[in-house]
Structure formats: structure tokens, C-alpha cells
Design a protein around this ligand. Structure first.
Ligand code: ZN
Ligand code: ZN
Length: 188
């Protein structure tokens, strides 16, 4: 009986402080029902709170592991793709390895010197993909030499691996210069 009351009170307190969607009546009802179930389990030698505690510990452990894996992946990604060295990788590999990391990659890239950024494996792989997708042609004049990759917008800078189709185009250096002059005039 004491066990039952203790459980009921405990469950009620949890509901009281952590759930704002239930009415008071429902909270009491849930607490009574759940503690009744807990009492039955206890009768058969299973301590409900022991299982509950075990699950909470397991949850924190999983969150901790998930966080560690994330940190490790981010560290690896920065080392491979955002440093000035030659790292050979395919575009699909880059996309796979960057999955879920955008939130932390973006501010990191934004803080980089732009000319350094252009030398990173990250940019080189994406720029190659953009040119390849345009059949190695300038999208304006169809020239096939001196191709460069132009940002139509910088709003997704640092997340080019996700927005390359919308934001990046392949231009020859002549058209690229003209494009920037046109943009310059527009903004003046
Ligand atoms: Zn062109
Ligand atoms: Zn440009």
C-alpha cells in the first residue's frame, strides 16, 4: 500500500512539473493507473523504478554516444575538406560525410578567409560538380574553356554542398566578369 502511494505521488509530481497539456484530473488518473501497474509488476518481483532508472541512464548514454560521434565526424570533416591540402574525394562522398553537420560547418566556413576557402577540397569538389553538371560549358555562351563557378547568392555560403544546384552556376571567365559588373551596376 505504501509502495502504491509512493509511486502514485511520484508519477503525479513528474506529470505535474513536466506536462502542461494535461488537466489536473487526468494527471491524478494517470498517476493512479500507472502506479497500480507498477504495484502489479512489483508483486511479481519486478521493480518498475529500477527499470525506469535503467532506461533513463541508457537514454543519457545514447545521447552521450551520439554527441561524441557527432564531434568526431565534425572534426574529421574539417580536417579533410576545410584545410588547404589536397584531399581526393568524390562529391557523393562529401555529401555523405557532411550529413547533419551543416549547422557547425557553415559558421566555420563563414569565418574563413574567402581566398582560403576557394583552395579547400570542399570548394574544389563542389565546383567540379557544378561544372560537370553543366557539361563543362558556360551556361551563358557555351564556351568550354576558362570555366569558373559563380555564386548567384551568398546566403547559403558554407552550405554549398546542399544548395549547389540553386546557388551555383558554371561561367567562363569573360561571362563571370560581366556578371559581376552587372551585379555591381544593379546594386548602385
Ligand atoms: Zn561565357
Ligand atoms: Zn562570381
Amino acid at each position: 500500500m505504501l509502495y502504491y502511494l509512493f509511486n502514485a505521488l511520484f508519477i503525479f509530481l513528474i506529470l505535474f512539473f513536466f506536462d502542461t497539456t494535461l488537466t489536473l484530473f487526468n494527471k491524478v488518473a494517470y498517476a493512479a493507473t500507472l502506479s497500480f501497474l507498477a504495484s502489479i509488476l512489483f508483486y511479481f518481483g519486478i521493480n518498475f523504478w529500477f527499470i525506469f532508472l535503467g532506461l533513463v541512464v541508457l537514454l543519457f548514454l545514447l545521447i552521450g554516444i551520439h554527441k561524441l560521434v557527432y564531434i568526431f565526424r565534425l572534426y574529421n570533416f574539417k580536417k579533410r575538406y576545410l584545410q588547404l591540402h589536397n584531399y581526393q574525394s568524390s562529391f557523393s562522398q562529401l555529401q555523405k560525410e557532411s550529413k547533419g553537420l551543416c549547422k557547425d560547418i557553415k559558421p566555420f566556413i563563414k569565418a574563413m578567409n574567402y581566398n582560403d576557402f576557394l583552395q579547400t577540397p570542399y570548394w574544389k569538389i563542389i565546383a567540379t560538380k557544378v561544372k560537370k553538371n553543366a557539361n563543362y560549358q558556360c551556361v551563358y555562351c557555351k564556351a568550354t574553356t576558362n570555366l569558373e563557378v559563380h555564386h548567384k547568392t551568398y546566403k547559403n555560403h558554407g552550405c554549398e554542398h546542399k544548395f549547389w544546384k540553386e546557388d551555383l552556376i558554371s561561367l567562363c571567365s569573360a561571362c563571370h566578369t560581366k556578371e559581376h559588373e552587372a551585379q555591381c551596376e544593379k546594386s548602385h
